[in-house]
Design a protein. Structure first.
Length: 316
């Protein structure tokens, strides 16, 4: 049955993806580590096979030789750090208007009535444990009020553009690895970016230093266990550990930062598209023994709103 994606009032054109998944009953052997894939290998068929194997078994992989310039990533980290160091009163000038936009700053305690003596948190649910972080979401179509400075805008859009190129390549490789013909069917679902028809964005995450107990260890989770709702996410991390991925066997795997690598993971929509072949893994960010500040940049990619119907004719 079709899967609805996007508002009913969106463009009435339908894009249909017909999946004929190669070897759909054959699952790669379970792995207990996050694979690393060299995307600079000469054989795209080999890269595609390795990519699908990793995203089927674990749902995450490290990509090296990915083509995103390190200086582009570094510039975005510099601008992100500068923004989060500002006083709260200044950051609130860029606060998200939830009625109008998916972009903007999400401040500490934005949906919380917790004690003011507690550490800064944001909450998606008043009943859920708080995440110890603050966020700034940006994209190509942000209102001018979202951007803290012109240099911030340039650094952000440069990273989004480079991440978009990598994402489209990943989607084509995944299509080839799944045996789709033509292999760019998944990539074509992103038509319309960057326009208001596609709300894929860059999420800048800032996890402030944590308080420590009498033993000098940090306590509490920085981000609770969850899956990503979109298609595919690219994560650029600083040097601080903490991210963990839940394997299919129920064991948490450390996804520690690796210099020059991009962490790639599958979202819920991609898992649904492939009939469960690709795995949207649950993951979390734990408080480390070293309570230092942690930051990351994540580009979350969704389909365009013009993609109103996606049909799976053959599930794996």
């Amino acid at each position: 049955s079709p899967v609805q994606s996007g508002p009913a009032q969106a463009d009435t054109r339908n894009t249909r993806l017909t999946h004929r998944l190669a070897n759909r009953n054959e699952m790669p052997a379970e792995t207990e580590e996050i694979p690393e894939i060299d995307m600079s290998q000469q054989s795209e068929a080999v890269v595609a096979e390795q990519l699908v194997s990793a995203l089927t078994t674990v749902g995450f992989c490290y990509a090296v030789g990915h083509g995103v310039p390190q200086e582009t990533v570094a510039s975005a980290f510099t601008e992100s750090a500068g923004f989060f160091e500002r006083p709260l009163s200044e950051k609130l000038r860029h606060r998200r208007d939830w009625r109008k936009s998916t972009c903007g700053y999400i401040p500490p305690h934005w949906a919380s009535t917790s004690d003011p003596d507690e550490p800064p948190v944001e909450r998606f649910s008043l009943d859920a444990p708080p995440d110890e972080k603050e966020v700034l979401d940006v994209c190509h179509t942000c209102d001018d009020t979202v951007w803290p400075s012109e240099s911030f805008r340039k650094a952000s859009l440069d990273l989004i553009s480079a991440a978009q190129d990598l994402t489209l390549r990943l989607m084509r490789l995944i299509g080839g690895g799944l045996g789709l013909s033509p292999p760019d069917q998944l990539a074509d679902a992103f038509v319309g970016f960057p326009t208001p028809a596609n709300t894929s964005q860059l999420r800048m995450l800032h996890y402030p230093p944590l308080s420590t107990d009498t033993n000098g260890s940090a306590s509490g989770d920085r981000c609770g266990e969850h899956t990503d709702y979109g298609c595919i996410t690219l994560v650029f991390c600083d040097s601080q550990p903490g991210l963990q991925v839940l394997s299919r066997t129920g064991r948490y795997l450390d996804a520690n930062p690796r210099p020059g690598r991009v962490l790639v993971n599958i979202g819920d929509l991609m898992q649904r598209w492939t009939g469960g072949r690709l795995h949207s893994a649950r993951h979390r960010v734990l408080a480390p023994t070293d309570p230092k500040l942690r930051s990351s940049l994540a580009t979350a990619w969704c389909t365009s709103r013009t993609v109103t119907t996606i049909s799976l004719s053959d599930r794996c």
